[in-house]
Structure formats: C-alpha cells, structure tokens
Ligand binder design. Structure first.
Ligand SMILES: Cc1ncc(COP(=O)(O)O)c(C=O)c1O
Length: 345
C-alpha cells in the first residue's frame, strides 16, 4: 500500500487547522490563547484535541499503541473521514459486501463516492471471487463488518486475510460487536497489514451509546491523515471523562457481555421452537436475525404489544427477517410472549 498515492491530493497538500491547544501543549499559569471564558467552571476550557489520556487507557485495554488510535464522534465519524481522506468524489469507488451496516453506503452517497456492491453468500460469508471481480483501480476502501450487521455472524478469518493480502486500498474492518464474539480482534494484525483499519465502539458492549465514542485502530500514517482532517475538538470533555470512568470497570463490561451471550443462546433456542419462526441465524453479536412467517405483520403485532424490533425484510438476503437485539431477561421474555401471541399468522 502506498499511502501517498492512496490519499486524496488535496488532503495530502492540506495545511491543517492549528488550534490553540496544538500551538502550546505545556502547563501555564495563565491561558489567554483560546478566547475561552476565564471564569472558572468545570467546562470553560477546550478539551485535549488528541484525547491523550483516553487513548492511553484504550491502548492498554486493547493492546494498541496510542499512535495507532484515532477517536471519533461514534464510529460514524471515522467512517465519514475515511471517505473524505481517501475517495475522490465521482471518480473513486468503495466496495461493500451486502447486506451490512447501512452507514457505509450513506457516507459514500453523502461524499458522492460510487458504491460497488457484492453480495455475501447465502450464509452471510464473504464471496472472495465476487469481491475480487468487483474491485478496480479506483477502489479505495473495502468495508468488512465482523460480526456482521444485520446477520450477526463473524466473517471467515481466512477470507478476510486473503483480501487484506491482495487489496491495494484500505480494508475497513468494523468490529462494533467483537466483544460478543469471543474471538481475537484484527487489531493484533496492524503491524502485519498496513492497509488494515479496525473500527470499534463504546456503544455496544461498554453500554455507552449515548456519549458517542468510536475507536479506529490503524497504521500511524492513516491515523495522521485522519487527525489532519478532523474537526479540532471532536471529542467533548464530557465524553472523554465518562469514557475514562467506564473503562475502569472492565470486569462489569465482561459480566454484561457474558449475560447477553447467555441470553442470546437461550433466546435463540426458544425462538427456534416457535411456530411463527422459520429460522434463527447463528449469531456472534448481541442481536439475532430471525426469519419469520410474514415479517411485516409480525413486526406490527409486536409494536402493538409495545415491543420494537428492526424489520430488515427489504434488505438483500433478508426476506421476512427481523433483527432482534438481546435485551434483559425480562425484556426477552416479553418478546417471546409477544411472538407467541402471533401464532395465528
Ligand atoms: C456494524 C456497526 N458499526 C458501527 C455502528 C455505530 O457505532 P457508533 O455508535 O460508534 O457510531 C453500528 C451501530 O449499530 C453498527 O452496527
């Protein structure tokens, strides 16, 4: 991979904005450099634009050097920045195996970047040959989601590695649901594959969807480019503080994950036994993709019972499928009762 030719020329040549906190990084007695309000409050100062303390903690937990970490306003921010950094609008394209998380395509459309779709196999794994024939010399990003949303399964590791070896653009590996899968993160391969970009988030296993903190692990050169184009203070001090406090409770996170995985396996078996359910797809995530008799009617009946799931029946390979998040044991019981009441469908 040659980063110099991969990055957009205007980004390569860009002189980035330099914030007051970039220009002076030491400790001073008097700060008159950032046009802040001098009257003391917990929040009158701009936050660290590079979130050094938080990256140190995340680095220790994830086994990733802080220089290989970029933090964003949810994973959605690095996804968008990758388009802006590497894809020349209306010239370059990105490859997206479908079905998968919808934001890759939305970000592509916002940035006026062509999408080359390639279907996953019937069991939602990668079709490497189809992807390879889809790629051309303008393909800059390849989006892989493992465990995949909405199917819930891990992609085959060997196939991912095969693609990492041959693709000359960046392979974006979205691991939003990795904690529920019990497998090693691809972040361990960053030194080996410089075209690998791993996305994780605090929104799922860590229970912090509201604070918006996405993590991006990549080669230092890629991280430098993302830092160059990001808004100067993209992570608020509130988010940094709450994230730091939560990261001190890894054992609690692991307990939540264990309970959700236990419930997932229990609910998967219980769902499979219901007459309205035609198939429960195997899941390595905190949700299940479930094929039912007449998804739209089942969805509406559940809504009337006060239970909201996600209707994915219009998505490729997901005919009559609902995506159901694993809730608390009580919530899952309500779901099963609600579905039982749809027996007549
Ligand atoms: C695969 C995948 N990636 C990323 C996200 C969003 O993550 P964040 O909340 O960090 O923006 C989601 C949310 O559902 C997702 O399913």
């Amino acid at each position: 991979m040659n980063l110099d030719t991969l990055v957009r020329q205007n980004v390569r040549d860009l002189k980035p904005y330099s914030s007051a906190r970039d220009d002076f990084q030491g400790v001073a007695q008097v700060y008159l450099d950032a046009n802040e309000n001098p009257n003391p409050s917990a929040y009158n100062r701009y936050p660290d634009p590079f979130q050094r303390e938080l990256k140190k903690h995340i680095g220790l937990i994830k086994g990733v050097d802080p220089k290989n970490i970029f933090l964003g306003n949810g994973s959605d921010e690095p996804i968008d920045l990758l388009f802006r950094a590497f894809c020349e609008p209306s010239i370059d394209n990105v490859v997206i195996p479908q079905p998968t998380y919808g934001m890759y395509a939305v970000s592509a459309n916002i940035n006026n970047v062509k999408i080359k779709s390639s279907p996953l196999t019937e069991d939602f794994d990668l079709d490497v040959n189809s992807i390879l024939t889809t790629i051309d010399s303008n393909s800059k990003l390849l989006f892989l989601c493992s465990p995949n949303n909405p199917s819930g399964n891990l992609l085959s590791r060997q196939k991912v590695v095969d693609l990492l070896k041959v693709f000359s653009g960046l392979v974006i590996l979205d691991e939003a649901y990795i904690d529920f899968a019990g497998t090693e993160s691809y972040a361990t391969m960053l030194q080996e594959y410089h075209n690998l970009v791993v996305l994780q988030t605090l929104s799922k296993a860590w229970g912090l969807a509201a604070i918006r903190l996405g993590m991006c692990f990549a080669h230092e050169g890629v991280i430098d480019i993302l830092n160059k184009i990001k808004p100067p203070y993209n992570i608020s001090i509130l988010t940094q503080q709450v994230a730091l406090a939560q990261l001190d409770h890894e054992a609690r996170k692991n307990q939540w994950v264990a309970e959700i995985v236990r419930e997932r396996n229990k609910i998967s078996a219980a769902l499979a036994a219901l007459p309205v359910v035609l198939h429960v797809f195997p899941s390595d995530a905190n949700f299940l993709l479930v094929k039912v008799r007449n998804a739209k009617e089942v969805y509406q009946k559940l809504i009337r019972a006060g239970i909201v799931v996600r209707d994915r029946s219009s998505v490729i390979l997901c005919d009559d499928c609902l995506r159901i998040t694993i809730g608390t044991p009580e919530e899952n019981q309500k779901l099963l009762s609600g579905l039982n009441a749809t027996n007549g469908l």
